[in-house]
Write a protein that binds this ligand. Structure first.
Ligand SMILES: Cc1cc2nc3c(=O)[nH]c(=O)nc-3n(C[C@H](O)[C@H](O)[C@H](O)COP(=O)(O)OP(=O)(O)OC[C@H]3O[C@@H](n4cnc5c(N)ncnc54)[C@H](O)[C@@H]3O)c2cc1C
Length: 410
């Protein structure tokens, strides 16, 4: 009998799994149940949709030969009976279940964030996770003059860059001491800050918002953000970019193991015949929340379930982050912040004039971390060195620059 594979969540991991499963000649019938009313798309490019550089159709992702049920939220999983329950009351059978439910935006504890009746966010306040969010934000941005982005991580920075690019005066409020503090070090973030300033984006670091102020006694549109260190940031648009939380309610209700995410082993299994991949999954204590690991997990699971490589294992993903956002490009590998004072060697090149920052962190001859910001000319060589276990071919200086004299520090 043809195995039935139900994939819950029509996002990036789901699409990748379905496409790879088909490409590998998997014998099963794959059905993707997606809550969003459309085919899967490349979520990473949403800020480019905001700037108008991509239109929504151009970011669609292929699904191979899988069947798609868009606008079809799975409400419950019956593990014993091996069915998923849909919003229309029907129950669909499966032999293998793949959870790829992604993550939801975290809402910060800020006064005035919600409408007075508690239903929804105050007028003018947005999250950015789906294409629908993006379209709503783009519509309001046309009329907006001033925006505040709450959160200075990768989503906050790329959203601020996009809003500034379409003519909205934008400020970032970042609780951490510097921007993108989970991926960059202080030096790289300082160069990034300069680049954002050049785009007209102001950044308020080391503070958090305590209140949003709206018109009409709390019922009107947002007017300002009040940071903890005082003052008011006037705005008519607020974007929340405070991180995400794995979407695990469905798995938890079904009795699957959940910590921060749905717990999976190296087989990407949460229970017999039940798997989890992408932002909803937690593997060896890590929830990645990034597209690269989501795709690597989808690839391994497709190899396993298609029969192409039934024993394929997922060992975890290397720490690698990349942002491609017009002029703010960077790539960060491994442990970028452990270079100082811990017996490691650091090679660093900062070029404030050209807005570039490059750093290698080495333990002996082995690379343990690296950042390229603003000039990614050597990214392929660097990726190759990390793929080879962190052992550079030849002088590591060539991983930073082509032909320029370097200085090192220990
Ligand atoms: C604006 C933006 C920019 C980003 N930029 C980067 C970047 O530069 N680099 C990077 O690595 N990552 C980036 N990310 C993160 C990246 O998009 C995610 O890591 C990736 O989408 C994870 O894929 P996923 O399939 O696990 O989750 P998602 O793509 O979020 O897909 C999950 C899907 O499941 C659906 N779903 C949830 N519950 C149910 C249910 N019960 N029934 C049916 N469907 C359900 C959801 O509606 C959603 O469509 C960005 C994210 C955003 C929002």
């Amino acid at each position: 009998m043809t195995p039935r594979i139900a994939v819950v969540g029509g996002g990036m991991a789901a699409a990748r799994f379905a496409e790879r499963y088909g490409a590998l000649g998997g014998p099963g019938e794959v059905t993707v149940y997606g809550a969003e009313p459309r085919a899967p798309y490349n979520r990473v490019l949403l800020t480019e949709v905001l700037t108008g550089r991509h239109d929504p159709e151009s970011i669609a992702l292929p699904l191979g030969g899988a069947g798609l049920r868009p606008g079809c939220e799975v409400l419950a999983i019956d593990l014993g009976g091996r069915t998923v329950k849909l919003a229309d009351g029907s129950a669909e059978p499966w032999d293998e279940l793949v959870l790829a439910t992604g993550a939801d935006p975290v809402l910060p504890p800020v006064r005035g964030l919600r409408r007075p009746d508690g239903h929804g966010l105050a007028e003018g306040v947005h999250t950015l996770r789906t294409l629908e969010d993006c379209v709503r934000l783009a519509e309001e941005a046309v009329e907006a003059e001033r925006a505040v982005v709450i959160g200075g991580g990768v989503l906050g920075v790329s959203t601020a860059r996009a809003l500034a690019g379409i003519g909205v005066h934008t400020e970032i409020v970042q609780r951490g001491p510097y921007l993108i503090d989970r991926q960059l070090d202080a030096g790289a973030a300082a160069v990034l800050l300069g680049k954002l300033r050049a785009l007209g984006v102001a950044c308020h670091l080391g503070t958090r918002p305590v209140a949003l102020h709206t018109g009409a006694g709390g019922r009107g549109r947002v007017r300002s953000v009040e940071p903890a260190d005082g003052g008011r940031l006037d705005c008519d648009l607020v974007v929340l970019a405070c991180g995400t939380r794995p979407s695990t309610a469905l798995a938890e209700a079904a009795g699957l193991p959940v910590a921060t995410g749905v717990l999976v082993d190296d087989d990407l299994a949460a229970a017999p015949h039940v798997h989890a991949i992408g932002d909803c999954a937690e593997h060896r204590g890590t929830v990645y929340g990034l597209a690269g690991p989501a795709w690597e997990q989808a690839d391994v699971l497709a190899r396993r379930l298609s029969g192409a490589e039934p024993d394929a294992r997922y060992p975890g993903s290397a720490r690698r982050a990349r942002l491609s956002a017009g002029g703010l490009d960077y790539v960060a590998f491994g442990a970028v912040d452990e270079g100082d004072g811990q017996g490691l060697d650091v090679l660093r090149l900062t070029d404030a004039t050209r807005g570039s920052y490059k750093k290698l962190v080495l333990r002996g001859d082995r690379l343990v971390g690296a950042i390229l910001l603003g000039d990614l000319a050597t990214v392929d060589e660097l990726a190759g060195a990390f793929a080879d276990g962190g052992v550079p071919a030849g002088d590591p200086l060539h991983l930073l620059t082509r032909g320029t004299v370097m200085t090192g520090e220990a």
